[in-house]
Design a protein around this ligand. Structure first.
Ligand SMILES: CC(C)(COP(=O)(O)OP(=O)(O)OC[C@H]1O[C@@H](n2cnc3c(N)ncnc32)[C@H](O)[C@@H]1OP(=O)(O)O)[C@@H](O)C(=O)NCCC(=O)NCCS
Length: 159
């Protein structure tokens, strides 16, 4: 857990707990993933990132179990956030923001200077979340996504 006043501790104070994802968590992660994305990653695909040396993968638990996760990779001073989701029943209560801040805090502690991600142009919830936490749009990725085909936006913030 983080130091006093860190996002991790704030999460605890609000009834949640952050921990690094391990292989044994991936079925629960995949369940949140299935409830969150049209073409979800499988537990096996998630495992490639979780087991990789550069993986930065954090789960968010409450008493009822895992309700969210964020996974990404750190490389050459950059944190690439690959996926972030909160169980639908737990959205709009600040958990997404707390989880995002925890990921950014851990990336900073690993020496990262920035965080980059891609997001669908139509994903208003995610766009608002990232704008709220000081990400800015860098460029558009034409027809970057499939199922359905949609443009992406690259977003970045300094850490
Ligand atoms: C995006 C996501 C992680 C946000 O999680 P969350 O726990 O609801 O986020 P928060 O409660 O911290 O919300 C923070 C801000 O994000 C924005 N936001 C979140 N959900 C929103 C929605 N449905 N519509 C519009 N804005 C939304 C708001 O600005 C919100 O602040 P507010 O509640 O004070 O208005 C969640 O909607 C999710 O899991 N979506 C499916 C997976 C996904 O798209 N992940 C992002 C991939 S890039």
């Amino acid at each position: 857990m983080g130091s006093a006043g860190s996002p991790a501790e704030q999460g605890l104070a609000a009834g949640g707990c952050f921990a690094t994802l391990e292989i044994g968590h991936l079925e629960a992660v995949a369940a949140v993933e299935r409830g969150s994305f049209a073409n979800p990653w499988t537990a096996e695909e998630l495992g490639w990132i979780v087991q990789g040396d550069s993986g930065l993968c954090v789960g968010l638990w409450v008493e009822e179990g895992l309700i969210g996760y964020g996974i990404g990779q750190t490389e050459e001073g950059l944190f690439h956030l690959a996926s972030l989701a909160i169980d639908p029943a737990w959205r709009r209560q600040g958990w997404g923001g707390r989880l995002l801040l925890e990921l950014l805090s851990q990336a900073r502690r690993r020496g990262c200077k920035g965080c980059r991600l891609e997001v669908r142009t139509g994903n208003l919830a995610a766009l608002n979340l990232y704008h709220h936490w000081a990400f800015r749009e860098e460029r558009r990725l034409v027809k970057f996504y499939t199922q359905p085909v949609e443009d992406g936006l690259v977003m970045y913030r300094e850490l």
